[in-house]
Design a binder for this molecule. Structure first.
Ligand code: ATP
Length: 344
């Protein structure tokens, strides 16, 4: 296969397993985000792909070639790691040309390539500027250009946008994704920000405890989370207790048409996104809750309900705004198409 394959990649630090038998295939030209909470092993996994750490077990294969033992500088990588900052005493152009210079590329070719890369990152004319005179976002773009100078096979980034303020960060996410699509370069980004992952990735890889919990497209991760951890980690969701009585599944004590009992025994829950909880008049055997709080955010309205001790959150838009007030009893309608049964 052309692209990257991780075969049972494991990393132990003494008795502690930081990355646990990770299997992943990244087809050529795709954009993958490694996403998960702090300490889940995403940086360790990226460092192994980069050759900065070696796996305790398993193999890393790039374009069909086992590179597990190949040193970093021979892996044909572009890297933007927090620890690999720009050289502050060099200009923008000198920074971008650096990887070309150490590979012995001629002066003329260097200038040509730097100009191309500056155009690509929308900083044409900045070659002679000292990097300390750039804004945070500009500096990050220069770091990206430097990493891409040698046209690497694989582009690896560790929390590349974490130092930027929220607005710039969002703009850079779109820019980075467009750049990746334009170049068709296989890219792996570590992030702990799920919005960032959803914006950029073809495949979001959700990790926890050194293991991959789910690897799928952003929309599949959101709509069909594999387990409670993924459902809870990606966006916000209502995890409603699901009990089984005979062959009937009860959601918050009510049978909901279209929701069937999970196979096997044990506890289960129903994941329903807040935007999929519809409010209605109480009655008709509906699940009923009491409104405890309303948060009007302008673009969306969040209604918090108490259903026999369980909190349920519904999100609606001002247009479909239900006229409810705190203290009122409200019916809750769950569309089985939008709900996912998850075992404990
Ligand atoms: P963060 O988002 O906080 O950077 P992460 O998901 O990138 O987290 P890693 O940095 O990969 O997590 O670390 C995974 C686990 O491995 C952590 O518990 C960490 O303490 C441990 N770990 C990482 N590097 C080492 C090391 N060199 N020696 C011992 N333990 C390590």
């Amino acid at each position: 296969m052309s692209g990257l394959a991780l075969n049972s990649v494991t990393k132990q630090f003494g008795p502690f397993t930081a990355v646990d038998h990770v299997e992943l295939s990244v087809p050529h030209g795709t954009f993958v985000c490694l996403l998960g909470p702090s300490g889940c092993g995403k940086t360790t996994l990226l460092r192994m792909i980069a050759g900065l750490d070696s796996p305790t077990n398993g193999a890393i294969v790039l374009d069909g070639k086992d590179i597990t033992q190949v040193p970093t500088h021979k892996r044909d990588l572009g890297m933007v790691f927090q620890s690999l900052a720009l050289f502050p005493h060099l200009t923008v152009g000198e920074n971008i040309a650096y990887p070309l210079r150490i590979r012995g590329i001629g002066r003329e070719e260097q200038v040509k390539r730097v100009d191309e890369l500056l155009a690509m990152i929308h900083l044409t004319g900045y070659a002679d500027r000292p990097v300390h005179k750039l804004s945070g976002g500009q500096r990050q773009r220069v770091a990206i250009a430097r990493a891409l100078a040698i046209s690497p096979k694989l582009f690896l980034l560790d929390e590349p946008l974490s130092a930027l303020d929220a607005k710039l960060r969002e703009a850079m996410q779109v820019e980075l994704r467009k750049l990746q699509q334009q170049l068709g370069i296989t890219t792996i980004v570590v992030t702990h920000d799920q919005r960032e992952a959803m914006t950029m990735a073809d495949t979001v890889v959700v990790m926890n405890g050194g293991k991959i919990r789910q690897a799928a497209s952003p929309i599949e991760i959101y709509r069909k989370p594999a387990d409670r951890f993924v459902a809870d980690f990606i966006g916000s969701t209502n995890l409603l207790p699901l009990t089984v009585q005979g062959n009937t599944a009860l959601v918050l004590g009510h049978a909901v048409a279209g929701i069937s009992a999970p196979s096997g025994q044990g506890q289960a829950s129903l994941s329903v996104r807040p935007e999929d909880v519809k409010l209605a008049a109480p009655g008709e055997g509906r699940i009923t809750g009491k409104v405890t709080f309303i948060r009007d955010l302008g673009g969306t309205i969040e209604t918090f309900l108490d259903v026999a001790g369980t909190e349920v959150v519904a999100v609606s838009t001002p247009r479909e705004r239900p006229v409810v007030t705190v203290g009122q009893d409200v019916g809750i309608v769950i569309d089985p198409e939008t709900a996912v049964v998850l075992s404990a």
